[in-house]
Structure formats: C-alpha cells, structure tokens
Design a binder for this molecule. Structure first.
Ligand code: V47
Ligand code: SF4
Length: 387
C-alpha cells in the first residue's frame, strides 16, 4: 500500500502493519492525529479480513442488572447519583434475578451478563449464592459477570485476596468477566472522572488473576470525554502488555461516552467519524486481541454496520431491553431489542457473514445458508437454504 502525498512516517506505520510488525505508542498517536479516515479503515479492515474474513459474530444473551444504586460516584455514570434518590433506583432480590433466568428457560440464549452498581448488601456470599442457583437452574448457560470494580469491592469487604475471591466465585459458577470498569487507565484522568473506585493497576491485577485461574475476560475503554489520544493509546498499551503475559482477553469493546443524565453532561459527544476512527486504531494497535466489538445498543444499528469496515468483527448479542445503563446515558437505542433475524439481516445487508457464537467464540450457527420463514405458529424460523 503506497500512500499518495508521501508522508514517510505514516508510510512506515503502514508498512509495519502490512508486515505484521507491532506499532509503537508514538505510531498509535500518529495514526489518530495524522491518518486519513480511508487509510485507517483500509488498514483495520485488512487486519480484520486476514483474521476473520467476512465473519461477523453475535451471540444470544440477556442481562441482569442487580441494582442501579452505587456507592461510587463516577461522573460519567447515570447510575451513580441515584444512591441519593433511592426512590428512582432498584435493588433486586435473589428471587427476582432467578425469575429472570427462569423466564429465558425455553429461549435459545447461551449467556447471561450480570453487571450493575455496587452496594454493601450485595456482597460476595450473596453473589456466590446467586451463581450457584443460576448454575442449578441453567447448567448450560455461560455466566459472564461482575466488572473488576464490583469484584474489587466485594472481595475486599470479604477480606480475601483477589485469587481467593475469584476462585470462590468461579467455584460457585462464574465462567468469565465482562470488560467494564476499565474506563481510562491514565491515573490523572481516572482521578478526575471516577476517582473513588478501583484504580487501574487493581483492574489489571483482577483480570490477570482471573486469566491465571483459567477464566477469559473482555476489556473496555470509555472514550470521547476529557482524555487525549495519548491517553487512549496508553490504555491500550497496558492491555496489550497484559495480553502478552496471559492471553486471557477475548474482546476489546470501545464504549463511547454518552452525555445524558450524568455529571459530565456539559461535554459534547464525539462524532460518528471519530467512533469509526477509534475502532480502526484499536484494531491496529491491539494486535494480540482476537476480537473487536461494537456494542450496537450504544452505537445504533447503522453505525454498527459501518464499524464492520473499520476493524470490528463482533456486534454483541440479540439482547432484549434488560440493559438500562445506556438508555439512561443517552444511547442511540432506547429499547435495545433485535431479533436474530434482524441481527442477521443487519450483518448481511453490508455483505458480511453472520455467525452466532458462544461467549468463547465457538461457532454455534453459520447463517450464510440459512433463510427465515414464518412457522405454523406465526413465529420466524431459521431454515437451511435448499438448492
Ligand atoms: O464500565 C457507564 C460504561 C460500562 C456510561 O464485556 C458508560 O461484553 C458510556 O462494560 N457513556 C459497563 N458508557 C458495561 C460494560 C460492557 C458492556 C457491553 C459488553 C461488555 C462485555 C461490557 O458502561 C462501564 C462504563 O464504562 N458507561 N456510563 C456513559 N455515560
Ligand atoms: Fe457505580 Fe459503575 Fe456507575 Fe461507577 S460506572 S458509579 S462503579 S455503576
């Protein structure tokens, strides 16, 4: 790939990427600052297609958000202020959460994602109990639960080491960790936007320990607020180094800061073009992360489709409206429901190949040769194409 205009520094980065050479933090910042959007898309798409071809993964999951009250006060979060106005908040009982699991008994979901605010009464013993009962009700369901922030709090309060606490939860049924709570690792920016919760090294240490115990995890970045490009690269650099050590991360999920109903509402949101550029740089920089995910409820469907040309190869799940975090923060999708058919068509419409996966990216159904038709009860059925 020869660049017109001849910027030698950018050309060197292009050559590195094409030769599978790792780019440096300085290169990463230069991509953000100097590279055209077409170039970023072409490079990221090259990597994406080398690794995954046109395959675009999704999974069928549902969320449990045990509470939207939280002892922490992250300024970007639409949950955090609610602890002072408890009438607006919810705290679920164990039975209510188990009822949610029961309500999915005859639905083809493979994963439950548990994530929420942090409360003292929802402690390690409470969640271990919940995990055991979910495991009993749904032995096949993959339980992805608790951000490092939630884990740090409940394990500290239980006076255990991270290894002991994580092993205890794993024994109770926890399969993997979601990527939340990472926000931005730079200590100054972190202090400014979420200074009272688990620090960056602790976040990384908890994921390292989970990987050592054989659990996989994801990682997020919260971008588009007061951070600079150098902060984003620093964040990815810390993740890339840990991944070199453990290989335990599955997916990187950039989360765009949304500005409604929180203490950072005065900040404008970044543009769709910036979102696409950010996906591309993430795909290029994180050369040891297998997957980059666009979280469609947050992004909206059209931008999620476009992101597939900018390094993204996963669009998360066919979740129903069981997640509230993003709709409360002003996400594109106020009621994020998409049927399998909608999701498959969203992917097909941009000429990519829809594949349903489980949490660990084993292929469950390749939808290339599957069509949808109305079944006898009026519901949509997936049928193999017959020549
Ligand atoms: O850590 C909170 C984010 C995260 C806002 O692992 C906000 O598969 C934008 O991590 N604007 C929690 N983002 C959710 C999360 C997640 C989501 C989907 C999939 C996975 C996965 C993980 O939500 C928090 C925080 O970064 N968040 N408020 C906001 N105003
Ligand atoms: Fe609590 Fe998480 Fe919101 Fe921070 S982002 S206030 S830890 S729910």
């Amino acid at each position: 790939m020869q660049l017109a205009g001849g910027d030698m520094n950018l050309q060197k980065i292009v050559n590195k990427v094409l030769q599978h050479e790792r780019i440096s933090p300085e290169d990463g910042v230069m991509l953000y600052e100097k590279a055209g959007t077409g170039l970023l898309g072409a490079l990221a798409n090259h990597i994406r297609e080398e690794r995954h071809g046109d395959t675009t993964y999704f999974n069928r999951n549902f969320h449990i958000e045990p509470t939207n009250l939280c002892v922490f006060s992250c300024k970007f979060c639409s949950y955090s202020r609610l602890i002072k106005q408890q009438d607006e908040g919810w705290v679920m009982t164990k039975e209510q959460m188990l009822d949610i699991v029961r309500s999915y008994a005859d639905k083809p979901v493979t994963e439950v994602h548990i994530v929420g605010g942090v409360l003292p009464q929802m402690n390690l013993a409470f969640f271990a109990d919940l995990l055991r009962e979910i495991r009993q009700l749904a032995p096949q369901l993959h339980i992805k639960g608790y951000t490092a922030v939630e884990l740090e709090y409940m394990i500290r309060k239980a006076k255990m080491s991270y290894r002991e606490g994580l092993a205890f939860l794993q024994e109770a049924g926890l399969d993997s960790l979601p990527g939340g709570g990472a926000e931005i690792f730079d200590e100054e920016i972190r202090a400014e936007i979420c200074g009272d919760k688990c620090d960056s090294n602790t976040w990384l240490e908890i994921h390292r320990t989970a990987h050592e115990l054989g659990m996989h995890s994801n990682a997020t970045i919260l971008y588009g607020h007061i951070e600079t490009y150098a902060h984003r690269i620093d964040h990815m650099e810390r993740l890339r180094s840990l991944q070199d050590e453990t290989g335990g991360f599955n997916t990187f999920i950039p989360l765009k800061f949304r500005n409604q109903n929180n203490q950072m509402s005065h900040l404008p949101e970044v543009s769709a073009v910036e979102d696409l550029r950010n996906y591309a740089v993430s795909r290029i920089y994180l050369d040891n992360f297998p997957h980059i995910k666009a979280y469609w409820p947050m992004l909206g469907r059209q931008l999620a489709q476009l992101s597939l040309d900018f390094g993204v190869n996963d669009v998360d799940g066919t979740i129903d409206d069981s997640t509230k975090i993003y709709s409360m923060a002003g996400a594109e999708e106020q009621s994020p429901v998409m049927s399998t058919r909608d999701l498959v068509e969203m992917i097909r419409n941009v000429r990519r190949k829809p594949v349903e996966r489980d949490t660990l990216y084993h292929t469950l159904t390749d939808y290339t040769d599957i069509e949808f038709a109305e079944g006898p009860d009026g519901a949509m059925m997936a049928l193999p194409v017959v020549d």
